[in-house]
Write a protein that binds this ligand. Structure first.
Ligand SMILES: Nc1ncnc2c1ncn2[C@@H]1O[C@H](COP(=O)(O)OP(=O)(O)OP(=O)(O)O)[C@@H](O)[C@H]1O
Ligand SMILES: [Mg+2]
Length: 270
């Protein structure tokens, strides 16, 4: 049996003269946390945009759960079981937390317009399922206190958790997290690590993450893929990848990242 939930083969994307992603292949196995690292501009978010079908491949292929993904229209990606968060939080700022989660859920519900109009038993059942799922996610991520608050008035760290919650409400098989710790303080980053571990363990969701904080990467990742200038440098356990000479050299251009990498290699607290 093939244990790959997502299979990426020879991914290539060209933007004008720039090969933003070149010959990138990897598998994300069912149940794992797989993390993409690399300096700024390496092509990590572009890989996410290929999987979300925001960008078309120049060449290569993507298979998700045994189906061809790279030809699926973008609006069908959520209903296949893929959800994501964004490097810059994307929420409805002038809606409440609860409304954002309900909207997230409705995007992937498929009851059909005629059923909606007559409000059939199927629709009522779907509505009950939606409420139950949303409440479950609110409990899991401890958002009870913020349920009726407007997103615009919430601290950044809470909005980050709300975005994660919204993605989970679609009941994804694969969750894409683009820099879950960016903008968070040390304590919030530790909380984020717990949420990621809980989501994988309690909900059985497979996670593909992009992250710069090497302490978080080492704590939660089963495997890591390092990229630079659109290409794969190394794949392996967090420790293996951080020791890789090509990876260390690629990071030398990025002072913050190399400091974080060194701390991790020497076992110091971040
Ligand atoms: N829509 C686009 N049009 C043109 N160039 C793009 C586009 N999207 C990304 N790029 C280029 O592709 C390269 C990879 O960008 P990408 O955003 O994937 O990097 P990243 O690894 O996510 O970096 P960061 O860590 O800064 O988020 C960059 O050179 C970027 O300028
Ligand atoms: Mg990015």
């Amino acid at each position: 049996m093939n244990d790959a939930l997502l299979a990426a083969r020879d991914l290539r994307v060209r933007f004008g003269g720039v090969l933003a992603v070149n010959n990138v292949s990897f598998d994300v196995r069912r149940g794992e946390v797989f993390t993409l690292i690399g300096p700024n501009g390496a092509g990590k978010t572009t890989v996410f945009n290929l999987i979300s079908r925001i960008y078309d491949l120049t060449s290569g292929s993507l298979e998700f759960d045994g189906q061809v993904l790279h030809k699926v229209p973008p609006h069908q990606v959520a209903s296949l079981g893929i959800a994501r968060t964004f490097q810059n939080i994307e929420l409805f700022e002038h809606a409440t937390v609860l409304q954002n989660l309900l909207i997230g859920r409705h995007i992937c519900r498929r009851t059909g317009i005629w059923k909606e109009l007559i409000f059939s038993r199927g629709v009522r059942q779907a509505e009950r399922d939606t409420r139950r799922k949303v409440e479950e996610v609110i409990d899991l991520l401890e958002l009870q206190h913020y349920r009726d608050a407007l997103v615009a008035g919430l601290p950044y760290g809470v909005r980050k958790v709300v975005e994660l919650a919204r993605a989970l409400c679609t009941e994804p098989k694969l969750l894409l997290l683009d820099e879950p710790s960016s903008g968070l303080n040390v304590e919030e980053t530790e909380d984020m690590a717990f949420w990621i571990q809980d989501i994988r363990r309690d909900l059985g969701v497979t996670i593909l993450m992009v992250e710069h904080d090497m302490a978080l990467v080492s704590k939660v990742s089963d495997r890591v893929l390092a990229m630079n200038q659109g290409e794969v440098l190394a794949v392996g356990s967090p420790a293996e990848v951080q020791r890789d000479q090509g990876v260390v050299e690629a990071y030398l251009g990025s002072v913050d990242d190399v400091a974080s990498l060194r701390r991790e290699n020497h076992g110091e607290a971040a």
